[in-house]
Design a protein around this ligand. Sequence first.
Ligand code: GAL
Length: 384
Amino acid sequence: MIDRFVGRITRQVRALALPIAAVLIGGLVADRAAAAKPEVFGKTKDGQVVHRFTLQNRKGVVARLITRGATLTELHVPDKRGKTADVVLGFDTVAGYESKDNQYFGCTVGRVCNRIAKGRFTLNGKTYQLALNDGPNHLHGGVERSWDKVVWKGRYVKTKHGPGVRFEYTSPDGEEGYPGTVRATVVYALNDENELRIDFMAETDAPTPVNMTNHSYFNLQGAGAPTVLDHVLTIDADYYTPTDETLIPTGEIAPVDGTPLDFRKPHRIGERIESLIKSPSLGYDHNFVLNGQPGNLRFAARLHDPRSGRTLEVLTTQPGLQFYSGNFLFGQKGKGGKTYAKHSAVCLETQHFPDSPNHPEFPSIILKPGQRYHEVCVYRFRAE
Ligand code: GAL
């Protein structure tokens, strides 16, 4: 009787031991990950140390991130045969990221991504003049201290969405001409579903425009493959925001129906690009008004490379998506000496609409004290 009882208890303890051990070891591994130290990637021209972090999942996906610009530098993803390739453009050194060859590769763009007409906006009766760094307009947060160029604080963290890296940057009042001190946070997390999730957060002590995005350039055959025009794209948008010849929205919300911007059904990127190459945008460089409710994490776009079988799905809480077909890439040399030719990569930048501060009819990007900015972008991969 006692023997039977002891036997049962022993079996129960054994049955529990494995899961308990797994949880404990899992916890330890996660804690270790949170406590792990990043490596030194290099130094900026002005002597700041840039650190590098690595996230890895059980399916062979590896993401690398650096503190300069809270930038995604590498993203290794398996193809349909299980062979991995690095599918994002970037550089091997800090000097590469600091050079003229860097067209915002993989970085976090802020305080305001995309264009502001004539670099000017009015807030609570006061007009602010920002740098003009894109013809007559302001682009991607400015010149010297835009958020892609500053060194963020970074550390490994545990998140609900898998092991992650948290970047923080405090942008002082007046930086690049913007009002208010903004505390910005970007958290990248990689799970075993092959999802790289990016949470963008910000708080301010005075009203200011905030529009953050990740500026990764993808080629699903691997960064440095000659073209992306053979990739097949789907975008869940019935409307887009037409622009003038300097790529500033006219204010109109126009249907994509009957235009080369209709990606509601999958199309090869190269299929209808010719007329756009001859237009001021030099290819695709348009803001799409995503279907569905902004604020809800929902499907935005799917990019598929038939050759490797890799598919990237983009999900977001944001109202818009800038689809940019790498029109200004000019053959610069990137990681491993690979060449980045024109139209050899695309950006699918989830964001609010361009020039929002000058378009009261667009969803507002003004962040006020006491409010919390929080937007999400997920890059999800599979191969088939
Ligand atoms: C994109 C923008 C393009 C170009 C590019 C950087 O986000 O839409 O027009 O400026 O960044 O080269």
